[in-house]
Design a protein around this ligand. Structure first.
Ligand code: SAH
Length: 238
């Protein structure tokens, strides 16, 4: 759970997106994980347009209403789509590079802050996409998040967030629920781009039942809006 903003020299994603925007169309960030095989985040994927978005994202966008906070907005792809149809959306990110890229792309309302630092604002919708629950980092972070959003959501507000149940993808014994002390979807990532290496950060993948359990424990209602066979799902907490 990152509670602070990043400095430019520890912002690989922001640097990669800037280069992509400046014409380096094959730019990508290397992602090391304590749990999953190494992967890449490409500029192409981060800059996806509305036609390239998956069903979870499309449905989430259609459910957005009122004053919207795009949490961890990245290149601003969701904010731009919402802004284009007249929504009141604010794009928030901890990456200075992402903020700069979003400004250049025409995202009007931008916030350089961590979700966990935000206080006493009132949004009707918190939008958290691309395994957006991951920002919570751990189950402990998720518990903090579920209390913290009481101060950020307007009365009757909602969180629209996606995640992935990793047990639907991996049969590795270490990933079986209950076999490990830590929850099986808690992982740690490090991102790198050229010679810029970010600080390691925790990322949470969660199954829907566990998410609903904690949401309800904190007095929220939770529903699974969409569920895919690959373990990905879209949840609404309200
Ligand atoms: N939602 C975007 C980007 C996903 S990548 C999309 O779907 O394309 C996750 C983003 O969350 C990154 O840009 C990262 O900088 C940002 N982020 C991570 N922790 C954050 C936090 N605590 N508060 C706000 N943004 C955060």
């Amino acid at each position: 759970m990152l509670t602070h903003t990043l400095s430019p020299d520890r912002d690989p994603l922001g640097a990669m997106l800037t280069d992509y925007m400046d014409g380096q169309s094959d730019a990508f960030v290397r992602v090391d994980s304590s749990l999953l095989e190494m992967s890449e985040m490409t500029g192409d994927i981060m800059f996806r347009n509305q036609e390239e978005m998956n069903d979870l994202e499309t449905v989430a966008l259609s459910l957005c209403q009122g004053k919207i906070l795009d949490v961890g907005a990245g290149s601003g792809c969701h904010s731009l789509a919402l802004q284009a149809i007249g929504h009141d959306v604010t794009a928030m990110d901890i990456s200075p590079g992402c903020l700069r890229v979003m400004e250049r792309r025409g995202v009007e309302k931008r916030l350089f802050n961590s979700l966990f630092r935000l206080k006493e604002d009132r949004f009707n919708t918190l939008l958290m996409l691309m395994n957006g629950i991951g920002i919570c980092g751990t189950i402990e972070g998720l518990n903090f998040f579920l209390q913290h959003i009481r101060g950020i959501l307007a009365h009757g507000g909602q969180v629209l967030a996606d995640s992935t149940d990793l047990s639907a993808r991996y049969t590795n014994l270490a990933l079986v629920p209950g076999q490990e002390e830590d929850y099986y979807g808690e992982t740690e990532f490090t991102m790198a781009y050229e010679d810029i290496r970010g600080e390691p950060f925790e990322w949470l993948y969660i199954d829907y039942a566990t998410l609903a359990f904690y949401a309800e424990f904190h007095g929220w209602r939770c529903e699974q809006v969409l569920k895919r066979s690959d373990g990905k799902f879209l949840a609404r907490i309200y």
